[in-house]
Design a binder for this molecule. Structure first.
Ligand code: DCP
Ligand code: MG
Length: 364
């Protein structure tokens, strides 16, 4: 096992989290809220005491007010707490702005919440701490909001980094400091450790990463099942989960089933044209392009065939051209008579239009 531990994880990952997101937005937009304890939620005196606090600014947090706290309880903890109702449309718009900025740095983005994401910047030539500084600058420039960023080689460390100097800070955890960081970490800060796990650890006398490191893999499995493995590797500052890019859809397609089987080539061509128009409308609306066009054909024997064409550049969003490509595939699969019950056209290898504005050929 030890030779595997020596192998370095060479990824460069940022975790970005806006500070007290909803509260900071409301403070930005109303200077009167900047010096007072603020809770985002409905005032219990005006709403029969129902409701919870979505988040609180840092002044209110000093009195113990926190996310998901009941509004009445929050008012008890902080009697002069100012309540502002959440404005989700506004937060979603800002979130989209922030995500557009993320794309200036990388397309490998895993959004976690409206105000939080992992960015894999391994492919970027610039050093990760420089990118973190630039990212914070760009977010400030565009939104006038501060955020905290963690920089490391895996997601767990990047996330712990962003929490380390909150608010408005950057923490870089390089390989040579990571093990020490994890050994000193209180056990409640380990990923996936909730109340139940915490109680078990208390009984075991495990208080921090150092105590956890001392436990064998077998012991951890006995107490925590497969989560034991995760804990074992976390204690060794190792975590291989990739940044899961959910920013772009994997495919866009449309298919039609025919009540009466199609036997005529002209009918097939018209059906493909109709499908292509619908797919193009969808892709245009979503500002997407694709490099792979896949055709699906099912005959009246329920035999289903799919065949695709992949181009080096994205397809032009031209329904007539797509229908011709689909017909080429169709003629290849059904050179003679046919009886077709279903046709479909799907695009995959999807990219967003802004990243593919110039095709390879336009450059010459
Ligand atoms: N949120 C919520 N209910 C929760 C937790 C959060 O509605 N139980 C909302 C309000 C937060 C936003 O999501 O502003 C982001 O959540 P965070 O956990 O990142 O919390 P904050 O951004 O408010 O604070 P921090 O500075 O700790 O990131
Ligand atoms: Mg946040």
């Amino acid at each position: 096992m030890s030779e595997f531990l020596q192998a370095k994880d060479h990824r460069r990952i940022l975790h970005v989290d806006i500070d007290a997101f909803y509260a900071q937005v409301e403070m930005r937009d109303n200077p009167k809220l900047r010096q007072v304890p603020l809770g985002i939620g409905r005032d219990p005196d005006q709403h029969h005491g129902h409701g919870v606090i979505a988040t609180a600014n840092y002044i209110a947090r000093q009195s113990g007010v926190h996310s998901a706290m009941g509004a009445i309880e929050a008012k008890k903890a902080c009697p002069n707490l100012v309540f502002v109702a959440p404005d989700f449309d506004k937060y979603r718009t800002i979130s989209a702005q922030i995500h557009a900025i993320f794309h200036e740095f990388t397309d490998m983005i895993e959004p976690v919440a409206l105000d939080e994401a992992y960015l894999d910047v391994s492919a970027n030539k610039m050093a990760a701490p420089t990118l973190a500084a630039q990212l914070r600058h760009r977010i400030w420039e565009e939104t006038h909001l501060t955020c905290s960023v963690g920089v490391s080689y895996n997601k767990v460390l990047a996330k712990l980094g962003s929490e380390h100097h909150k608010p408005n800070g950057v923490t870089v955890i390089p390989h040579e400091l990571a093990q020490d960081f994890m050994l000193k970490l209180p056990i409640r800060k380990f990923r996936g450790v909730g109340q139940k796990t915490l109680e078990k650890f208390e009984k075991l006398g495990v208080k921090d990463g150092r105590d956890l490191f001392a436990m064998s893999l077998d012991d951890l499995r006995v107490h925590f099942g497969s989560f034991g493995d995760v804990l074992y590797w976390q204690a060794r500052a190792t975590h291989f989960s990739p940044v899961k890019d959910r920013s772009v859809r994997q495919s866009v397609g449309k298919e039609s089933t025919f009540e009466f089987a199609l036997h005529d080539r002209a009918q097939i061509e018209a059906a493909f044209k109709d499908l292509a128009e619908k797919v193009v409308a969808n892709m245009t609306k979503r500002k997407l392009l694709g490099r792979t066009l896949t055709v699906k054909i099912r005959d009246d024997q329920f035999k289903t065939q799919t065949k695709g064409i992949t181009q080096p550049t994205t397809f032009d969003l031209d329904p007539a051209f797509m229908a011709r490509q689909a017909m080429l595939i169709f003629d290849e699969l059904y050179p003679d008579g046919f009886s077709i019950r279903l046709l479909g056209i799907t695009f995959s290898n999807i990219v967003e239009q802004k990243y593919e504005a110039v095709s390879l050929f336009d450059r010459f």
